[in-house]
Structure formats: structure tokens, C-alpha cells
Design a binder for this molecule. Structure first.
Ligand code: C5P
Length: 214
């Protein structure tokens, strides 16, 4: 079951949901690569490291510890997401994080465990040779609605219009950056989740996985 699956797409498209559902169903290992950028961002804010300080940021990446992934509400906040997307334009910081991602995947594959990586550039840059690639999308309004619900469920007070605008801004930064922009790989299976139920999304992806595993 050493299959490597790349799931890319903008925020709120349903990547996290699908990744977790597939990992539960097939016992794959999961790496939420956005959380790596978010942990680096939060640590840089706490330490006063500037968003363009390559050296300081790489030092943070090299010293990421399990406890850095614990303050989940702070990590998932939109403010921290904005910092993450500013850091994400720096090629040297990306390179350090890509090493982390590849180490994670290679270790699992060697153990015979399938791995799912979700992010923005997994199918294009991190693992262009992935066995299967999904690119998830949905309308900005639908994605903002989901993001609003997620933040409200975490007890974070938010306003729809603000969530929508911040998401559009972050997506633009992710799509327009020079290094590893958000885009679908040519051989990715595109899933527009705007009008799909979660169960339908899992069924569609499962069909492709079952075919790849057969
Ligand atoms: O997926 P999530 O919204 O948690 O990611 C936060 C930010 O991290 C993204 O907006 C993007 O700028 C950056 N990111 C990236 N490449 C990845 C994963 C995340 O640039 N593979």
C-alpha cells in the first residue's frame, strides 16, 4: 500500500476533510503541509522574526517540534494564515519545508504505509511523481462559508465578508507567487466540491484510489 497521494487546492476547498477521510478509510499517513507553514508563521510572530528574514525563518523550520503544532486555534486563525502565506513566497524557506515534507513521506513509504500530503504545490513541485493527484476547488463564497463555520466552531468570532476578503487575498498571493504557485498539475483529477456532498467527494476519490491500488 505504498501509494503517495497529493491533494492540492485553495483554502476551504475541502482538502483537509478529504485527506482525513481517506487516511481513516485506507490507514494512510497524513501530512497537512499548510500546518507546517502555519507553525513556522506562529513561531516567527512569537519570536519577533520578520516575514522576510530568510535566515531566522529557516532556523525556525529546522527546529520545529511536536509542541509547535499544538496551539491549534492560534495556528488556524486567519491572521496566522496571512503570515503563513507571506512566508510561503520565500524560495529558501519553501525549500527547507519541502525537505521536511519529503522526509515525512519517504519514511512512511519505506515502511510500506501510504501517504497523503495536502497543500498547494504537492502534485507540481514536492511530488510531481505522486501516484495520484487531486486538485480541489469550490467557489470563493462556498469556501468562505465553510471557513466561517470552521472558525465559529473553534469559538472564534468572525464576519462573513471579512473571511471572504481575507481568503481571496491569501489565494491571490498563493496563485501569483513566483516560486511554487498554487495550481493544478496537468495530470491531477479536478474535484469541484461546490455542489458535492462530503460523501460524494470521498466516493469519487476512493474510486480513483481503488483503481490505482488494483
Ligand atoms: O492550507 P493552509 O490554509 O493551512 O495553508 C496556509 C498557507 O500556507 C497557504 O495560504 C499557503 O500560503 C501556504 N502553503 C503553501 N504550500 C503548501 C501548503 C501551504 O504555500 N504546500
Amino acid at each position: 500500500m505504498s501509494i503517495l497521494i497529493a491533494i492540492d487546492g485553495p483554502s476551504g476547498a475541502g482538502k483537509g476533510f478529504l485527506s482525513q477521510a481517506l487516511c481513516e478509510k485506507y490507514s494512510f499517513a497524513f501530512l497537512d503541509t499548510g500546518l507546517l507553514f502555519r507553525a513556522t508563521a506562529l513561531k516567527s510572530t512569537l519570536k519577533g522574526v520578520a516575514v522576510d528574514d530568510n535566515k531566522g525563518l529557516i532556523e525556525i523550520v529546522k527546529n520545529l517540534e511536536p509542541s509547535d503544532f499544538e496551539p491549534i486555534n492560534e495556528l488556524r486563525s486567519e491572521i496566522n494564515g496571512q503570515v503563513a502565506s507571506k512566508i510561503a513566497v520565500l524560495p529558501k524557506v519553501r525549500a527547507a519545508l519541502v525537505s521536511y515534507m519529503r522526509n515525512f513521506a519517504e519514511k512512511r513509504l519505506k515502511q510500506g504505509v501510504g501517504a497523503v500530503l495536502d497543500g498547494r504545490d504537492i502534485g507540481t513541485i514536492v511530488y510531481p511523481q505522486a501516484d495520484l493527484k487531486f486538485f480541489m476547488t469550490a467557489t470563493p463564497e462556498e469556501r468562505a462559508k465553510r471557513r466561517l463555520k470552521e472558525l465559529q466552531n473553534r469559538g472564534i468570532p468572525v464576519i462573513f465578508e471579512e473571511v471572504l476578503q481575507e481568503m481571496i487575498q491569501r489565494d491571490r498571493r498563493d496563485r501569483e507567487r513566483q516560486d511554487s504557485p498554487l495550481m493544478a498539475a496537468e495530470d491531477a483529477i479536478i474535484i469541484d466540491t461546490s455542489d458535492m456532498s462530503p460523501a460524494d467527494v470521498v466516493a469519487l476519490a476512493s474510486e480513483a484510489i481503488d483503481k490505482a491500488l488494483a
